[in-house]
Design a protein around this ligand. Structure first.
Ligand code: ATP
Length: 306
């Protein structure tokens, strides 16, 4: 009987290996699909395309919300007249407690939805007049839990811009503060990442996504800063890359950390779908009770909102 059982196990091991491989492939494909959705969403809502505009003047903001009102469901307004501006190469931090509407602002900036009233302007033009694919090609989105694909680090980066040359790759690796990660990897950029590849921390995964986004030369980067704890090295790396990115493009960050908020040129405080205060961190500490409340609510902790 023992011999028979051993024989059965022997027969089943390749089958188990095949199932394991299929499961790995399915996870890889899931991540791939997710990235495809972000990079190449279908044309909803209805486009009113025009020719690609000439380069906008320097004083035209990259993004402007003008009295934007929006609800997902009738009778439940989510944005109730939101106005703010992200200047060219500006760094704006968006903060507010959970449910304040921060992610909804990102969704409207990407034109996943159209406002019920008011306007969203991108480089001076109502985004309803831009084709969605063209518009999204000029916006980089880096989510909190950025997917890393099955494949090497290089493949993960080139997914967004397959024709990027090695100098371009070096540039974005430097900008995203990944040089140390590449240096400590056994095969450099050709080291397998993703599942069963090299272990990347949450902060490193997000910086891989950041580098991938930067390869497409966006005019505006939307970054959802992790709420989860980042160790000191990862936090410093994120801070350095944010500082350098603003030389390349404008940055709108859903920010949770004092360090990120303090570094911003402008902080926009959302509460219940309204902008309740704007200013620098120091100005807001002086002028905004709500800002002080958010800061106090987190005690001495680093995270200002959640
Ligand atoms: P958090 O910090 O928790 O992510 P947030 O400030 O990003 O919150 P949003 O995610 O923009 O807030 O949500 C604002 C409001 O809109 C919430 O009341 C939320 O329940 C609601 N909401 C968000 N997405 C949808 C959706 N797809 N359908 C219906 N309601 C939604």
């Amino acid at each position: 009987l023992a011999a028979f059982l051993l024989y059965m196990l022997y027969l089943m091991s390749p089958v188990a290996a095949v199932f394991q491989a299929l499961s790995t492939m399915r996870q890889g494909l899931g991540a791939l699909r997710r990235i495809s959705e972000v990079l190449d969403l279908p044309g909803e809502p209805g486009p009113e395309p025009e020719r690609r505009p000439a380069r906008p003047a320097h004083d035209v903001p990259v993004l402007e919300f003008q009295d934007v009102r929006f609800r997902y469901e009738p009778g439940r307004p989510v944005l109730r007249g939101v106005s703010f501006t992200v200047p060219r190469r500006g760094h704006v931090a968006l903060i507010g407690s959970s449910g304040a509407g921060k992610s909804t602002v990102f969704a409207l900036a990407e034109r996943f939805y159209d406002p019920d009233a008011g306007r969203v302007l991108f480089e001076g033009r109502d985004i309803r007049t831009l084709g969605p694919a063209e518009h999204r090609a000029r916006i980089g989105l880096v989510e909190q839990h950025a997917p890393v694909l099955y494949g090497t680090l290089r493949e993960n980066l080139l997914y967004a811009a397959p024709c990027a040359d090695p100098a371009e790759l070096d540039r974005v690796v430097g900008l995203a503060q990944l040089s140390d990660v590449v240096a400590r990897s056994p095969y450099g950029l050709d080291t397998p990442a993703g599942e069963h590849g090299m272990a990347l921390s949450g902060g490193e995964r997000q910086r891989v996504a950041l580098a991938r986004s930067l390869l497409t030369h966006p005019s505006l980067l939307l970054l959802d800063e992790p709420t989860a704890h980042l160790d000191a090295l990862n936090e410093a790396a994120l801070r350095r890359s944010i500082r350098r990115i603003t030389h390349e493009c404008a940055l709108l960050v859903i920010a949770h950390r004092y360090s990120t908020i303090r570094a911003a040129d402008l902080v926009v405080v959302l509460d219940g779908g309204r902008v309740v205060a704007t200013g620098t961190h120091d100005e807001l500490l002086r002028t905004s009770e709500h800002y002080r409340f958010l800061a106090r609510a987190q005690g001495t902790g680093d995270v200002l909102s959640g």
